[in-house]
Design a protein. Structure first.
Ligand SMILES: [Zn+2]
Length: 148
Protein backbone atom coordinates (compact mmCIF):
# COMPACT_ATOMS: atom_id res chain seq x y z
CA UNK A 1 0.00 0.00 0.00
CA UNK A 2 1.02 3.58 -0.52
CA UNK A 3 2.13 5.64 2.46
CA UNK A 4 -0.77 6.93 4.51
CA UNK A 5 -3.19 5.04 2.33
CA UNK A 6 -5.47 3.37 4.89
CA UNK A 7 -8.76 4.48 3.43
CA UNK A 8 -11.55 6.21 5.42
CA UNK A 9 -13.92 3.44 4.30
CA UNK A 10 -11.69 0.86 6.00
CA UNK A 11 -11.73 2.89 9.19
CA UNK A 12 -15.51 3.24 8.98
CA UNK A 13 -15.97 -0.52 8.60
CA UNK A 14 -13.51 -1.54 11.32
CA UNK A 15 -14.69 1.19 13.71
CA UNK A 16 -18.27 0.07 13.22
CA UNK A 17 -17.32 -3.55 13.91
CA UNK A 18 -15.29 -2.66 17.01
CA UNK A 19 -18.07 -0.38 18.24
CA UNK A 20 -20.59 -3.21 17.73
CA UNK A 21 -18.38 -5.20 20.08
CA UNK A 22 -18.42 -2.32 22.55
CA UNK A 23 -22.22 -2.29 22.34
CA UNK A 24 -22.43 -6.06 22.81
CA UNK A 25 -20.29 -5.79 25.93
CA UNK A 26 -21.82 -2.64 27.41
CA UNK A 27 -25.34 -2.20 25.97
CA UNK A 28 -24.52 1.52 26.05
CA UNK A 29 -25.04 3.73 23.01
CA UNK A 30 -22.92 6.42 24.64
CA UNK A 31 -19.91 4.12 24.97
CA UNK A 32 -20.56 2.71 21.50
CA UNK A 33 -20.65 6.23 20.05
CA UNK A 34 -17.46 7.24 21.84
CA UNK A 35 -15.64 4.22 20.44
CA UNK A 36 -16.90 4.87 16.92
CA UNK A 37 -16.15 8.60 16.98
CA UNK A 38 -12.64 8.01 18.36
CA UNK A 39 -12.00 5.42 15.66
CA UNK A 40 -13.07 7.64 12.79
CA UNK A 41 -12.47 11.27 13.73
CA UNK A 42 -8.79 10.81 14.54
CA UNK A 43 -8.22 11.38 10.82
CA UNK A 44 -9.36 15.01 11.02
CA UNK A 45 -5.72 15.79 11.73
CA UNK A 46 -5.03 15.11 8.04
CA UNK A 47 -7.26 18.08 7.27
CA UNK A 48 -5.39 20.16 9.84
CA UNK A 49 -2.07 19.15 8.21
CA UNK A 50 -3.48 20.15 4.84
CA UNK A 51 -4.59 23.52 6.20
CA UNK A 52 -1.22 24.17 7.84
CA UNK A 53 0.90 23.08 4.88
CA UNK A 54 -1.27 24.30 2.00
CA UNK A 55 -2.63 27.38 3.76
CA UNK A 56 -6.15 26.61 2.52
CA UNK A 57 -8.93 24.06 2.60
CA UNK A 58 -10.24 22.37 -0.53
CA UNK A 59 -13.08 19.96 -1.28
CA UNK A 60 -12.42 16.55 0.25
CA UNK A 61 -11.54 14.73 -3.01
CA UNK A 62 -8.77 17.22 -3.71
CA UNK A 63 -7.42 16.91 -0.18
CA UNK A 64 -7.64 13.13 -0.30
CA UNK A 65 -5.65 13.04 -3.55
CA UNK A 66 -3.06 15.20 -1.85
CA UNK A 67 -2.90 12.86 1.17
CA UNK A 68 -2.77 9.81 -1.05
CA UNK A 69 0.22 11.13 -2.95
CA UNK A 70 1.74 12.71 0.17
CA UNK A 71 2.71 16.00 -1.37
CA UNK A 72 3.47 17.84 1.86
CA UNK A 73 7.03 18.25 3.06
CA UNK A 74 5.74 18.18 6.64
CA UNK A 75 3.74 15.45 8.31
CA UNK A 76 2.41 16.41 11.74
CA UNK A 77 -0.72 14.27 12.30
CA UNK A 78 -1.17 15.54 15.85
CA UNK A 79 -3.90 13.06 16.74
CA UNK A 80 -1.99 10.02 15.51
CA UNK A 81 0.31 9.11 18.38
CA UNK A 82 0.62 6.10 20.64
CA UNK A 83 1.64 8.59 23.32
CA UNK A 84 -2.00 9.70 23.54
CA UNK A 85 -3.08 6.29 24.84
CA UNK A 86 -1.76 6.72 28.42
CA UNK A 87 -2.88 10.37 28.37
CA UNK A 88 -6.45 9.34 27.50
CA UNK A 89 -6.31 6.57 30.10
CA UNK A 90 -5.02 8.83 32.87
CA UNK A 91 -7.43 11.61 31.96
CA UNK A 92 -10.46 9.35 31.99
CA UNK A 93 -9.35 7.79 35.28
CA UNK A 94 -8.73 11.22 36.82
CA UNK A 95 -12.15 12.42 35.64
CA UNK A 96 -13.82 9.32 37.07
CA UNK A 97 -14.89 8.10 33.61
CA UNK A 98 -12.97 4.85 33.14
CA UNK A 99 -15.65 3.23 30.99
CA UNK A 100 -15.81 6.24 28.67
CA UNK A 101 -12.01 6.24 28.52
CA UNK A 102 -11.99 2.53 27.74
CA UNK A 103 -14.49 3.00 24.92
CA UNK A 104 -12.49 5.88 23.48
CA UNK A 105 -9.30 3.84 23.75
CA UNK A 106 -10.94 0.90 21.96
CA UNK A 107 -11.75 3.13 18.97
CA UNK A 108 -8.55 5.13 19.09
CA UNK A 109 -6.22 2.15 19.52
CA UNK A 110 -7.76 0.07 16.77
CA UNK A 111 -7.42 3.02 14.39
CA UNK A 112 -3.72 3.47 15.18
CA UNK A 113 -3.00 -0.26 15.00
CA UNK A 114 -4.83 -0.50 11.69
CA UNK A 115 -2.84 2.44 10.31
CA UNK A 116 0.37 0.88 11.64
CA UNK A 117 -0.41 -2.45 10.02
CA UNK A 118 -1.83 -1.22 6.71
CA UNK A 119 0.31 1.78 5.87
CA UNK A 120 3.71 0.07 5.88
CA UNK A 121 5.62 3.00 7.35
CA UNK A 122 8.54 3.08 9.81
CA UNK A 123 7.66 1.03 12.93
CA UNK A 124 7.86 4.19 15.05
CA UNK A 125 6.00 6.45 12.62
CA UNK A 126 2.84 6.54 14.73
CA UNK A 127 4.72 7.90 17.73
CA UNK A 128 4.37 11.67 17.85
CA UNK A 129 7.78 11.92 19.54
CA UNK A 130 9.41 10.03 16.65
CA UNK A 131 7.89 12.40 14.11
CA UNK A 132 8.91 15.40 16.23
CA UNK A 133 12.48 14.04 16.57
CA UNK A 134 12.60 13.98 12.76
CA UNK A 135 11.34 17.53 12.50
CA UNK A 136 8.03 16.28 11.08
CA UNK A 137 9.93 16.09 7.76
CA UNK A 138 8.02 13.79 5.41
CA UNK A 139 11.18 12.70 3.63
CA UNK A 140 12.99 11.76 6.86
CA UNK A 141 9.88 9.92 8.02
CA UNK A 142 9.81 7.81 4.87
CA UNK A 143 6.66 9.43 3.57
CA UNK A 144 8.04 10.35 0.21
CA UNK A 145 6.47 12.72 -2.21
CA UNK A 146 5.54 11.16 -5.50
CA UNK A 147 5.68 12.83 -8.89
CA UNK A 148 2.50 12.98 -10.99
ZN1 LIG B 1 -5.41 7.41 10.59
Amino acid sequence: MDPLSMRPRGHLIISTAVSAGVYAASRSWTLTSLSWIAGVLIDVDHVLDYLVTQKRLDPYPMMFKHFDRQRSKKCYLWLHGFEWIPVIGLLSWTLGQPLAGSAILMGYSQHLLLDQWANGLHPLFYFLTFRAANGFEAEKLGVLEKPD
